[in-house]
Design a protein around this ligand. Structure first.
Ligand code: ADP
Length: 514
């Protein structure tokens, strides 16, 4: 247990993160009467998470390696400010076993699982081995890192092409290569290894059958230090670009109660296989018949956790904090049920018309949507810059409805209300997806972007209300201008006619007339 030295509840939490997730964690802490400490880099001096926290400390220059990833500095701040727990958020140090260990050794509570669980699940191969004693379906593939390329080719042929070469230490879709035929095997393998070495410092790669029309479906789990584990149903995360999620929803439009139960039980077993406590996510890949296979476990809170919160009514951060305090789960599996439907779109500073390349700059206009069933988790305000140093996510826009149709309607309306000027974002792409028949019917997979999307489709029909308003303003100005011109001509013509009559009546010659 990571918190054996603490008998009392947590009184002060340092959030070792930035932006929207730091704010999101602090909000739950505040509701629980817990004080908060922010850390920040020099690039984030005016960030909202810094303003929100009870105390804030600068930990270094903008690059994350020099600030947000500085383990020694973070622990030093905790000691100085009498912090008794650290929440790592996601990204940065959240899945770093060394960090979790160092924090615990410094007699500070790590709000997350044990370093051992992080270690096992941090390696896709170690994770597969750990869960092998349970009856958990796995994607056909090699159980160990490839050392002999000829033997690997034989195995790939046996599995059947296309195959996927994956980095064991992989994350963020890096070190992954699809191989369509044996002739490309060696080249793709070498590329995957060098990508894995440069991204993770670990060149271990393995092979998996490439599921051609896959759905990414994951299960949220919660475990306590007493060994109880429950699951909070599934999230469908198949709308991806570059193997990375951009729209998520709960529940899935296609998962049946039977599959949900089977997946939930498999996820609970995966968590039990590494004595998991805290909040975690077990990821599965499912084929077109919804046969599902274990992919990996993420030993932290996920970006898409709000959709689970919306349909279960459970605040996952509060649960994480209570578990870290050593409390037993107050929830039982049979107490949980799905209420309604929730969708999240990730608002990234990326240009969907330009291959989703990150965009940076100032949010010259930034107005969040509001109204029934809308939740915005963000860390920016109008006039702020999107720093180049960090993840380009601006916000998580989440809607909730009594059913899927209402959650979609509200999301489209919310996207239309969202006003972001100064930076290209994924919002227009998300609106396109939400209106697409493949999405509304639920019949989509991780290939949605390749199959259905091209930048030209973000045309006039896909303008946001703000863009429509801008267009309407320009059109109105033009009409006014033309009318004014016309009035001017008619007005002048009438004056000319009147003058002509006066001149004629007086027997005078009108100037300019011969
Ligand atoms: P990472 O840890 O890099 O995010 P994952 O194993 O979680 O890698 O996979 C990320 C995504 O890659 C999945 O959501 C899915 O879209 C795709 N993927 C992973 N494994 C397979 C597979 N065997 N077949 C097809 N697609 C896969």
């Amino acid at each position: 247990m990571n918190n054996s030295n603490h008998t009392a509840g947590i009184k002060k939490i340092l959030v070792a993160n930035r932006g929207e997730i730091a704010l999101r964690v602090m909000r739950s802490a505040r509701e629980m009467g817990i004080k908060t400490v922010a850390i920040f880099s020099e690039a984030d001096r005016n960030a909202l998470h810094v303003k929100y926290a009870d105390e804030a400390v600068c930990v270094g220059p903008p690059p994350s390696a020099a600030s947000y990833l500085q383990i020694d500095k973070i622990i030093e701040v905790c000691k100085k400010l009498n912090v008794d727990a650290i929440h790592p958020g996601y990204g940065f140090l959240s899945e770093n076993a060394t960090f979790a260990r160092r924090v615990t050794e410094a007699d500070i509570i790590f709000i997350g699982p044990s370093p051992e669980a992080i270690e096992v699940m941090g390696s896709k191969l170690a994770a597969k081995e750990a869960v092998s004693k349970y009856d958990i379906p796995m994607v056909p593939g090699t159980p160990k890192a490839i050392t002999d390329i000829e033997a690997a080719k034989v195995k790939a042929k046996e599995i059947g092409y296309p195959i996927l070469i994956k980095a064991s230490a992989g994350g963020g879709g890096k070190g992954m290569r699809v191989v369509e035929n044996p002739a490309d095997f060696e080249e793709q393998m070498n590329r995957a290894v060098s990508e894995a070495v440069s991204a993770f410092g670990d060149g271990a790669v393995f092979i998996e059958k490439y599921i051609t029309s896959p759905k990414h479906i994951e299960i949220q789990v919660l475990g306590d230090t007493q060994g109880n584990v429950i699951h909070l149903f599934e999230r469908e995360c198949s709308i991806q670009r570059r193997h990375q999620k951009v729209i998520e929803e709960a529940p899935s439009a296609v998962v049946t109660p039977e599959i949900r139960q089977a997946m939930g039980e498999a996820a609970v077993n995966v968590a039990k296989a590494c004595n998991y406590y805290g909040a975690g996510t077990v990821e599965f890949i499912a084929d077109e018949h919804l046969n599902f296979y274990f992919l990996e476990m993420n030993t932290r809170l996920q970006v898409e956790h709000p959709v689970t919160e919306q349909i279960t009514g459970i605040d996952l951060v509060k649960e994480q904090i209570k578990i870290a305090e050593g409390k037993a789960l107050s929830l039982k599996q049979e107490d949980l049920s799905i209420q309604g439907h929730s969708i999240e779109v990730r608002v990234y500073a990326e240009d969907p018309k330009n291959n989703f390349l990150p965009d940076i700059g100032k949010l010259s206009t930034y107005k969040r949507p509001q109204g029934a069933g809308v939740r915005v988790d963000d860390g920016f305000e109008q006039g702020m810059d999107i720093p180049i140093y960090y993840d380009p996510m601006i916000a998580k826009l989440v809607t909730y409805g009594k059913d899927r149709a209402q959650a979609i309607e509200r999301m489209i309306r919310a996207i239309e209300e969202y006003q972001i000027v100064g930076i290209e974002t994924t919002l227009s792409f998300c609106r396109f997806v939400l209106q697409h028949e493949a999405f509304t019917s639920g019949k989509f997979d991780t290939n949605f972007v390749n199959k259905h999307f091209s930048p030209e489709l973000l045309d006039q029909n896909n303008l946001s209300i703000q863009e429509q308003e801008e267009e309407a303003t320009v059109a109105a100005a033009m009409v006014n201008f033309l009318l004014n011109c016309n009035y001017f001509i008619v007005y002048n013509y009438l004056i000319y006619k009147c003058l002509l009559l006066i001149f004629l009546a007086k027997g005078l010659k009108y100037p300019g007339l011969n």
